[in-house]
Design a protein around this ligand. Structure first.
Ligand SMILES: *Cc1c(COP(=O)(O)O)cnc(C)c1O
Length: 453
């Protein structure tokens, strides 16, 4: 008997029972617990003899899991929540059980075929061409970095050899996600900031204005313009058509970061906001945000995947056997080699439920968001900071100080009522609710609004 075989059968049942229970339950909101407190309750878990299945599972179920916030709680409104479908959550368990190497067609053909089906759907709703394609990476941060690296590769390929040692430049809006700044740091490129408007929206005109104040040297080093399809803070979609036109005019790569908002490409009521996205050279959408898939997954799609492949493929003697020129090797399309087939949960759930269920569920979040906006307008103690475009509500509690916002936020979390953290808008502390969970109702919002009285 293998050392790992002892008690394995019983253990499997216990784990699967827990997985099924967790995916189906209405979870309490829960909250973090100080490390010293966890240490006191848990004791030592990694020992020479092992603590056994029963003890390990009960430590997890009774102590550690409740020390994690339930992101799928219908009143989790902070950051960007997530609410995986049961199909997606459980299929992630199945995919882990199979432990597929998702980097090469040679090893993971079937899984990669399925992932590409899901990528195809996202490409289609974005209006990208048939040749477009890409890969699921861990998150928007990884997706943005890989897209920008591909963009720089193309610029250097098409520029004079002097650019091989020149520092690149990207143009982005101040409302772009922090991961764009982070990618620029990792890549050691400069960011030229284009001014966003009074709602945080980047327009073609403001990209043009940024271009006009740049020096000839800066322009020659600029390789990419980044637009956002649903800003993280307030959920505003940039003027993608205008920004894309400016990018094309100057021969720049047009990257659309739709990590949060991209799900709304499937929603007819707001699809018009994304006009122009079809001209993107690359786009990212996080299924772990608003496409009902578990962490962690970001769909990274390139208009011309050959560029990404040239930029990202790793070469070595020990990898030669992987390469068959016609094969689709996901490793080649981002900054990674080994990868789990993390697109499988989205694929399975899409296959089971059909895309219409996705459209309906995204529209649901949009409807509840609009109802929430109506309730805020009708209230006497709350004030919208701006009308919602997608599923983010930003509003103030009239008369409150920053300290009052934070104290309220702590209290409602401790009470298990809701998880809402303050944000700021133009220097003012305000509240922000992000809705992506189809289980969230107008009544959930009203509970939050009433607690602000
Ligand atoms: C969330 C988000 C990201 C980062 O995605 P991660 O998956 O958290 O790395 C990037 N861009 C936008 C617009 C986002 O909302």
């Amino acid at each position: 008997m293998h050392a790992f075989d002892r008690g394995a059968k019983k253990l499997s049942k216990r784990i699967l029972r827990y997985a099924l229970k967790r995916v189906r339950m209405d979870p309490p909101l829960d909250h973090a617990v100080p490390e010293a407190e966890l240490r006191r309750q848990v004791g030592r878990t990694v020992t020479r003899e092992g603590i056994g299945a029963e003890r390990a599972m009960s430590v997890w179920e009774d102590i550690l899991a409740p020390a994690c916030i339930s992101i799928d709680h219908p009143r989790y409104f902070s950051y960007v929540p997530a609410a995986p479908t049961e199909a997606a959550g459980l299929f992630d368990v199945a995919a882990s059980a199979a432990n597929i190497f998702g980097g090469s067609w040679q090893e993971g053909a079937g899984a990669i075929f399925a992932e590409n089906e899901a990528l195809r759907w996202i490409s289609d709703i974005a209006g990208m061409p048939a040749e477009s394609g890409g890969v699921f990476v861990s998150g928007g941060t990884a997706g943005n970095l890989s897209a920008l690296v591909a963009a720089r590769w193309r610029w250097r390929r098409d520029s004079s050899p002097t650019m091989n040692v020149a520092r690149g430049v990207i143009i982005a809006s101040r409302a772009a996600h922090s991961s764009i700044t982070q990618a620029a740091q990792v890549m050691d490129v400069d960011v030229m900031w284009a001014e966003d408007d009074d709602r945080g929206r980047l327009s073609g005109d403001s990209v043009r204005a940024a271009w006009q104040v740049m020096t000839e040297d800066q322009r020659s080093r600029t390789f990419c313009v980044v637009a956002t399809g649903g800003t993280t803070n307030v959920g505003i979609v940039d003027d993608l058509a205008g920004v894309g036109r400016e990018a094309a005019e100057h021969g720049l790569w047009f990257h659309v970061d739709a990590a949060y908002g991209g799900a709304a490409l499937a929603a007819p009521s707001v699809r018009g906001l994304f006009d122009g996205v079809e001209h993107a050279d690359s786009i990212i959408v996080d299924p772990h945000k608003w496409l009902f898939a578990p962490f962690d997954s970001c769909a990274l799609i390139y208009r011309d995947p050959r560029v990404a492949r040239a930029a990202h493929t790793q070469h070595a003697e020990y990898l030669d056997a992987l390469r068959h020129d016609d094969d689709w090797n996901p490793s080649d399309y981002a900054h990674h080699l080994t990868r789990r087939a993390r697109g499988l949960p989205l694929w399975f759930s899409l296959a089971v439920h059909g895309t219409a269920a996705y459209t309906e569920s995204v529209e649901r979040s949009l409807i509840v968001t609009r109802e929430g906006a109506d309730d805020i307008r009708a209230s006497t103690h709350l004030e919208l900071v701006m009308d919602p475009e997608l599923s983010v509500l930003v509003f103030r509690r009239t008369g409150w100080t920053t300290e009052q916002y934070y104290a309220w936020s702590d209290k409602v979390l401790t009470d298990g009522l809701a998880f809402v953290v303050p944000t700021s808008w133009r220097g003012e502390t305000v509240l922000r609710l992000c809705l992506v969970n189809p289980a969230t109702t107008r009544d959930d919002l009203r509970l939050v609004f009433d607690s602000l009285k």
